[in-house]
Write a protein that binds this ligand. Structure first.
Ligand code: DOR
Length: 439
């Protein structure tokens, strides 16, 4: 029996771990969920959540937050504010910052920066280079190793099988791959030389380039029975390949963009729709959705990759690839649920529970006593369009501007603290470093 909860959420529609719903109250004590019940007594601080739906906070397992070194696009503070607005209570961040996150010292620096300025919980990938095998095995705490098999320049590009194989051969921590065949991309770039129509981006970095690299990563993972995660799966042919060739030690993710946007979006928003791996044809949306519904794809990540509007306005191919996503991903997916594509419980599984399980993050991803009080209250009754002037991310734009979205977060709670409350971001809230079972 809880007598004095630190915070009480009242009259919410609560998603339980079995996927069932309970209308009632949730008590938070010392940053943890203390009790979930139809009614809980208590006089302290409370949120009246009548009409709102309570979900575990989103864990976004692929973001690029640009600090250190690229803070003109985004930084850990501004990005974590965007997370709070979007219902994202934890993130896993990628190593392509300046300096690159390829050593223990660079990892420590990011962890220190995050502890000083992040409103939500954080974890960081180590970036593979052809030279840092020892750091990859020992640096800690890290959610895993990121290999850019393609679509990267400089030290983070590890595109040759002879360079990639030793990383799979030694160690046991999770390897996450950006699977695009760099050799094929370079050849195809020559074929399209001189053309500036951004739609050719999807033809240069084509479906075969993605499939080739995914096949190579799976071949190596199977050879060493190594824990492999395929980042932002973008094509139907990769999904169909995984359907037959996915071992128990392999997981895959998809972005909301690859589910609900396609090559038709170049005509609408031009280079703002440019990302790696690129958007595909509408048929790919359908196959990716089916693979997600069938469990071939395990979860969802945004690949939040902000660039300034000025940078994005450069003509292709000088325009950088990437779209921001943390503040819209949950609302985009809940809108899909409201439209009948999937259920709200499935969205929460893909954006929270399954991510915590895959990265072995303890005490997160479920609403149950003893779990961390990382929560989001969403409003499934109302919809509102996203307007550019409301965007929180430092980059100042979002690919879903103008989209009518249902399920906007009303409250985001991080370790029992209210980080976002009906349009107001509480900047003093701080998250914690995540821990990982395999770290
Ligand atoms: O479009 C992308 N942009 N894909 C990536 O993998 C990297 C990212 C970035 O950092 O801008």
């Amino acid at each position: 029996m809880v007598s004095t909860p630190d915070l009480l959420i009242r009259h919410a529609r609560i998603l339980c771990p079995d996927g069932e719903w309970l209308t009632g109250d949730l008590a938070i004590e010392q940053g943890k969920i203390a009790q979930v019940a139809p009614h809980i007594d208590g006089d302290g601080p409370h949120i009246d959540a009548t009409g709102l739906t309570l979900l575990p906070g989103v864990i976004d397992p692929q973001v690029h937050f640009r600090e250190p070194g690229l803070e003109h696009k985004e930084d850990l503070h501004t990005a974590s504010r965007a997370c709070a607005r979007g219902g994202v209570t934890s993130f896993l961040e990628m190593p392509n910052t300046k300096p690159l996150t390829t050593t223990q010292a660079a990892l420590d620096d990011k962890l220190r920066r995050a502890s000083e300025k992040c409103l939500v919980n954080y974890g960081f990938f180590m970036g593979a280079t052809p030279e840092n095998l020892d750091d990859l095995r020992t640096a800690s705490p890290s959610c895993g190793i990121k290999i850019f098999m393609g679509s990267a320049h400089g030290a983070l590009l590890v595109s040759q099988e002879e360079q990639i194989e030793p990383i799979f051969a030694k160690g046991d921590r999770l390897i996450a791959v950006h699977a695009e065949d760099q050799g094929r991309i370079l050849e195809r770039r020559e074929l399209f030389k001189g053309r500036q129509d951004v739609a050719i981006h999807s033809e240069i970095q084509d479906e075969t380039a993605a499939l080739n690299a995914t096949k190579l990563a799976i071949k190596l993972a199977d050879k060493y029975q190594r824990r492999l995660h395929i980042l932002h799966l973008s094509t139907g042919i990769e999904a169909e390949y995984l359907r037959t060739a996915k071992s128990p030690w392999v997981t895959a993710e998809v972005t909301p963009q690859h589910l609900v946007m396609n090559t038709g979006d170049y005509a609408k928003i031009g280079t703002l729709a440019q990302m790696n791996p690129p958007l595909r044809s509408p048929q790919n949306n359908e196959v990716l959705w089916q693979a997600l519904l069938d469990g071939v794809i395990d979860f969802i990540a945004t690949d939040h990759a902000p660039h300034t509007l000025e940078e994005k306005a450069k003509p292709y191919p000088h325009s950088p690839s990437g779209m921001p996503g943390v503040e819209t991903s949950l609302a985009v997916m809940l809108t899909q649920a409201q439209q009948g594509r999937c259920t709200v419980a499935q969205v929460s599984h893909w954006m929270s529970t399954a991510v915590a399980a895959a990265y072995q993050i303890p005490n997160k991803g479920k609403i149950a006593p003893g779990y961390d009080a990382d929560l989001v209250l969403v409003d499934l009754e109302h919809s509102a369009p996203l307007r550019r002037e409301e965007v929180v991310s430092k980059c100042g734009w979002n690919p879903f501007e103008g989209w009518e979205l249902t399920g906007w977060p009303q409250y985001t709670i991080v370790g029992g603290q209210i980080a976002y409350e009906r349009g107001v971001i509480h900047d003093q809230v701080r998250g914690h470093a995540l821990s990982f079972g395999l770290a």
